[in-house]
Design a protein around this ligand. Structure first.
Ligand SMILES: [Zn+2]
Length: 158
């Protein structure tokens, strides 16, 4: 199985303008994560297919129900009537690759071409290394992922 450390890294300088904007947005909101129990702060920014940026952070509570940053960012996008993203940046101390539950949520709004969706992981060492993980959604979702089309659903119709 592929590991996060095996994913390709690129220099911040080599990111596109909208990728850089999303990295800045994810790092900015990460500071507002509410994670007093895990102390694991996550900031996410998604860029929709209309080039809007939506953000989210993880929010915990005393009974350990945790809303993940990816879910809140995609919920923010959906709230604004958008149903597809093309870039997702996750900023977290150990590199920022979304968990499996969030990958399923992402799959809902990724469209069917998973090679066309960019995932960027930003670790806490980014200021020192100037490097981030950059891969496609296809690289991290796994084989034969279950998506809305498997149930005849087109999210853009809802
Ligand atoms: Zn998650």
């Amino acid at each position: 199985m592929k590991k996060t450390v095996d994913l390709p890294k690129v220099s911040l300088a080599d990111l596109s303008a909208s990728e850089k904007d999303a990295v800045v947005a994810a790092m900015r909101v990460q500071k507002n994560a509410y994670a007093p129990y895990s102390n694991y702060h996550v900031g996410v920014a998604v860029v929709s297919i209309t080039d809007q940026i939506y953000t989210g952070v993880n929010v915990e509570n005393v009974h350990y129900k945790v809303g993940h940053a990816e879910e809140y960012a995609l919920g923010d996008m959906a709230k604004h009537g958008e149903r597809q993203f093309k870039i997702l940046v996750c900023s977290a101390k150990n590199g920022g690759i979304p968990c499996m539950s969030c990958r399923q949520t992402m799959r809902e709004f990724s469209g069917e071409n998973l090679d066309a969706v960019t995932i960027i992981g930003v670790g806490e060492d980014v200021k020192k290394t100037q490097q981030v993980i950059k891969c496609t959604f296809a690289d991290i979702i796994g084989v034969d992922s279950f998506g809305p089309a498997d149930l005849g659903i087109d999210p853009s119709k809802f």
